[in-house]
Write a protein that binds this ligand. Structure first.
Ligand code: AMP
Length: 175
């Protein structure tokens, strides 16, 4: 499987969910066994010897590969969820969206000071969601943070909003 074949397995939906957005539909890549395995193998190969203790997935598309990769590298899985979904005591961060604000939450006891964490989401657009997730994980308190995406939309320059000491890893790039 080549990276170009994996890229071709991602379906583009024009004007979804609103006019002007080119939506990258990864469900077509996930349903193709070779594409799914390629994404899994790439992530495991990249993170396996980095001392990662937890992969933190962002609801909801960050939940698709994160738990599998966590098993593959011998790490745990921790969810970041939308408000009101996590049952125990939480920490939260609110951030500005194009229209209004959004809030994300993590369990207060999910991470500890010795954790080396990968925060994972399916796609990097403006970077607003991941920047908030980094702030949330920093609030929780960990030793080191890495961030990972399956797809990065280079033209939106989302990676520029992240703190400079956080390594960004994206498998597939679109203009
Ligand atoms: P952002 O905070 O702008 O980086 O947006 C990232 C989140 O929105 C990710 O969780 C993506 O699932 C979703 N998203 C934003 N833009 C797109 C797009 N063009 N295609 C698919 N998903 C997108």
């Amino acid at each position: 499987m080549t990276i170009e074949e994996v890229k071709a397995s991602i379906r583009n939906i024009a004007d979804f969910p609103i006019p002007g957005i080119q939506f990258k539909d990864l469900t077509t890549a996930f349903r193709a066994p070779e594409s799914l395995r390629w994404m899994y193998n790439e992530m495991v190969a990249h993170y396996k010897d980095m001392g990662i203790t937890k992969i933190v997935g962002i609801e909801s598309r960050g939940f698709i590969l994160a738990p599998g990769v966590a098993v593959g590298i011998g790490a745990g899985f921790v969810p970041i969820r939308k408000p009101g979904k996590l049952p125990a005591d939480t920490i939260s961060v609110s951030y500005a969206k194009e229209y209004g604000t959004d809030t994300i939450e993590i369990h207060r006891d999910a991470l500890c000071a010795d954790d080396v964490v990968v925060i994972h989401d399916d796609l990097l657009a403006t970077g607003g969601t991941m920047a908030a997730a980094i702030e949330l994980v920093r609030k929780a308190g960990v030793k080191k943070i890495y961030i990972s995406f399956l797809v990065e939309l280079d033209g939106l320059k989302g990676r520029e909003v992240f703190p400079k000491d956080v390594e960004v890893y994206s498998l597939i790039h679109f203009d």
